[in-house]
Design a protein around this ligand. Structure first.
Ligand code: SF4
Ligand code: SF4
Length: 94
């Protein structure tokens, strides 16, 4: 069963929460981090991930990528996904 929330006006909706960020698409721009009002996202060094082949990255010069560090703090507002220029986010209902 999905969690249901209500708007201030009382309209019910189903929040969807930040689940993951596609590391191949992310350019590390930080837009999502700036709009998030919770402690959910963090930028990590791409060099730390041995599984990544930089030929697969959309931006080979990107030095960092965003990750979902603390998914349990997400309110499901969706702002990060709306602001991401690369469509990196996957969201799930609770
Ligand atoms: S959905 Fe909202 S709270 Fe969750 S990570 Fe994105 S901006 Fe932050
Ligand atoms: S807005 Fe998108 S491209 Fe920019 S850091 Fe966040 S996930 Fe990566």
């Amino acid at each position: 069963m999905s969690a249901t929330a209500v708007t201030r006006g009382g309209t019910p909706y189903t929040p969807t929460y930040a689940e993951s960020i596609d590391p191949k698409k992310c350019i590390g721009c930080g837009r999502c981090y700036k709009v998030c009002v919770r402690d959910v996202l963090t930028l990590v060094d791409r060099g730390d991930d041995d599984d990544m082949d930089e030929d697969d990255w959309d931006d080979e010069d990107a030095k960092a990528m965003m990750t979902v560090k603390n998914p349990g703090d997400c309110t499901g507002c969706g702002a990060c996904g709306r602001t991401c220029p690369k469509g990196c986010f996957t969201f799930v209902a609770a």
